[in-house]
Design a protein around this ligand. Structure first.
Ligand code: HEC
Length: 135
């Protein structure tokens, strides 16, 4: 009886942890990364100054969201054993550099930082969710 309860508790705990990470990824980290990566890509050819302002502002915001969520991923209840916190912290640090590059509207630097950002995402995915990893 006690064992069954314990099992039920751990099982639902693990599911809640997965769901939290899934939500953080789908609602915040991924859109934030996509907005930041747009800073390192060639702008649309007919981009108006207004659209450029919006694109850079979204890149800054995306970099800030990733810092925020990178810290959240390191908190108790969400953090996992192993290199997890290291990858989350890597995302925080790289996104800090990314925020500065996006504020400076520097596409080359944003592109270079975007590549390193991808390594943080993929490093964590390869370790914890091989099905999400790209290679
Ligand atoms: C600290 C580890 C970690 C880091 C860093 C990380 N992820 Fe994830 N990510 C996960 C885990 C774990 C899952 C699987 C969640 C699940 O489905 O249970 C996931 C799932 C995802 C998913 C699928 C979400 C869904 O709807 O199922 C996307 C998209 C994603 N991550 C994008 C990113 C991007 C982009 C970055 C980098 C900017 C990133 N992740 C960084 C751990 C991480």
């Amino acid at each position: 009886m006690l064992l069954a309860l314990l099992f039920a508790f751990t099982a639902s705990g693990a599911a809640a942890e997965d769901l939290a990470t899934k939500m953080i990824m789908a609602l915040d980290v991924n859109p934030g990364a996509v907005a930041f990566w747009a800073a390192g890509n060639d702008p649309p050819e007919t981009e108006s100054p207004y659209a450029a302002d919006a694109r850079w502002a979204a890149a800054v915001q995306g970099a800030r969201v990733m810092q925020d969520k990178g810290r959240l991923l390191q908190s108790a209840g969400i953090r996992r054993d192993g290199p997890w916190a290291g990858f989350a912290e890597m995302m925080v640090r790289i996104s800090q550099e990314g925020e500065a590059a996006a504020r400076a509207r520097d596409p080359e630097k944003s592109f270079e930082i975007g590549g390193r950002l991808y390594d943080a995402c993929n490093g964590c995915h390869k370790t914890y969710v091989p099905r999400v990893a790209a290679d």
